[in-house]
Design a protein. Structure first.
Length: 265
């Protein structure tokens, strides 16, 4: 497989940035044997990292990008976005949503001759990247046929139904305010993926097929159950899974495969 990391100039971010990639374009007959996915052209999965992470996390930091490429005949593209939650903010160089939803898709399709078809393009991620997955999928539903959100965060929700705080809100409140603005207004803003999905449906757009999962020992479990309940009426084909596990690679590496089985099956 072709594996590497590329630097390029991003107009959306107004800087040189990086992405990692795995392309299953040179597998031999033994590698392909018994895998029906190689009877079709490769599809592409854009994988997003979590808070404090980087593009190489899915490749060398504990993630299973190489295995996913081999097992599912996937071109796997992994951008880096810092701790910016994959959203657009005012000011030059802050279009992180446009970067993952449009620019890197267009760039890598051209660079690697990837399929331009919606039905061949998916997005996924964990934690902050799970939030970014939903925001990206709902903002650019014409680009992605499926979305896999694992242990997804949602800083726009400040308290659980039982009164517990969102643990994300306790992590540097000023940092989150700089990204998302006034907490009192976020629940109804388009930075809340639930509202972003509602806006897409009102505009007559077809949402990507959704797969959500979270570990039962994960502190974000209530956020993901809320996503399940709020998004299911908007996306009737939504699949939601829970299972033993916390906020870690053991869970994500297992359930990203379950998500791909669901979306590609």
């Amino acid at each position: 497989m072709a594996t590497g990391r590329i630097q390029f100039f991003s107009a959306a971010l107004n800087q040189i940035t990086e992405f990692s990639f795995v392309l299953p374009n040179d597998l031999n007959e033994r590698d392909r044997e018994g895998r029906p996915c190689f009877d079709r052209p490769a599809k592409t999965l854009y994988l997003l990292h979590g808070l404090t992470g980087i593009d190489t996390d899915w490749l060398w930091g504990g993630g299973c990008a190489r295995e996913l490429a081999r097992e599912y005949n996937l071109n796997v593209i992994m951008p880096t976005c810092g701790n910016n939650y994959y959203i657009d903010r005012p000011g030059r160089g802050n279009a992180y949503g446009r970067f993952v939803g449009r620019e890197i898709v267009d760039y890598t399709r051209s660079l690697f001759s990837l399929s331009p078809r919606r039905e061949d393009t998916l997005v996924g991620g964990f934690s902050m990247g799970g939030y970014g997955t939903l925001q990206t999928a709902f903002t650019y539903p014409e680009t992605f046929c499926g979305a896999i959100a694992l242990s997804a965060a949602n800083p726009t929700q400040s308290a659980a139904p039982d009164g517990r705080d969102n643990p994300i809100d306790r992590y540097e409140a000023d940092f989150y305010r700089s990204l998302f603005g006034d907490p009192a207004e976020l629940g109804e803003s388009l930075k809340n993926p639930e509202k972003r999905a509602e806006a897409a449906v009102r505009a007559g757009k077809d949402l990507p097929k959704l797969y959500l999962a979270c570990g039962t020992e994960d502190t974000l479990i209530w956020i993901n159950r809320r996503y399940r309940d709020r998004l299911r009426p908007l996306a009737p084909g939504l699949r939601y899974d829970e299972g033993p596990g916390g906020h870690d690679w053991t869970f994500w590496n297992d359930y990203v495969r379950r998500g791909l089985d669901c979306l590609l099956g």
